[in-house]
Design a protein around this ligand. Structure first.
Ligand code: ADP
Length: 248
């Protein structure tokens, strides 16, 4: 069975807005521990697809499953998040007036709520967990800085760290390198690559140099369905892709 290690199934999904098919018979399968890049021109349906996975938008038709036993179409946004799907939007939304450490502490709280977090001392395991995530996202030396004083790239990494505190199975990351320096882009590529294996990571990105540097499987979305799938070099030599997207 080729499907036994598939984490996310999207099958035959369609979604129309006022008669316009934003998503049109979309099939996408993300394996456990896989890093996948999604590219596609504006209006291809990338945002709508992410909204469907996270339960923000309901499709008209089709199936969306996490593993073989969680039908995401029967779950609301909070249930889907709790089931292990974390989403990072393009702009960082860290708490600027809190330290990096406290941002992570807050993220660990999840449903417990803001007041309970800072009322009790963390236990050793919880501190270890925060330190582990600080190391993963490369912010060990910034733990006591206010998040508002971080660079743009550091804020993005902190927010990825906040998602990691929830131990997601699947991370959805929207245009992580928009506005980053080249150096920050390289570090982000290394970070996302290092997260794969332990998590499945789906990255929607416009920057082709960045996508190339990640070297994952690339899915090209066009008019709401997958036009091509493969390595970046396979994608780039695909005549249909050249025609509709790369403009060559
Ligand atoms: P992408 O993220 O790839 O740029 P989107 O998913 O945002 O694409 O949009 C796909 C198409 O669906 C676009 O033509 C967009 O105008 C349309 N669309 C998306 N959301 C809505 C909505 N809530 N109402 C009407 N049209 C929408």
């Amino acid at each position: 069975d080729t499907r036994h290690n598939i984490l996310l199934y999207i099958e035959g999904v369609t979604k129309s807005f006022d008669g316009f098919k934003a998503i049109d018979d979309l099939n996408l399968y993300i394996r456990e521990g896989e890093l996948r890049c999604i590219i596609g021109p504006n209006g291809a349906g990338k945002t709508t697809m992410m909204d469907i996975i996270t339960g923000k938008t309901r499709p008209d038709e089709g199936q969306v499953w996490l593993g073989s036993n969680l039908n995401l179409l029967n779950m609301d946004e909070a249930e889907i998040a709790n089931a292990g799907i974390g989403r990072k939007f393009q702009k960082p939304t860290v708490f600027e007036c809190l330290t990096v450490w406290h941002n992570l502490e807050l993220a660990m709280a999840g449903e417990r709520g803001v007041f309970d977090v800072f009322r009790a001392r963390l236990n050793g395991a919880q501190r270890d967990e925060i330190n582990r995530v600080l190391e993963q996202v490369g912010l060990c030396n910034q733990a006591s800085l206010l998040a508002g004083n971080l660079s743009h790239g550091q804020k993005q990494w902190l927010e990825i760290g906040m998602l990691l505190m929830q131990k997601p199975k699947l991370l959805l990351v929207d245009e992580p390198v928009a506005g980053m320096t080249h150096q920050e882009m390289d570090r982000t590529a290394a970070l996302l690559t290092s997260l794969a294996g332990e998590h499945s990571v789906v990255v929607v990105e416009h920057d082709m140099d960045f996508v190339r540097s990640i070297a994952s499987t690339v899915s090209v979305l066009h008019q709401g369905h997958v036009l091509a799938e493969g390595s970046m070099s396979e994608i780039q030599s695909n005549p249909q892709v050249k025609q509709v997207y790369l403009g060559e």
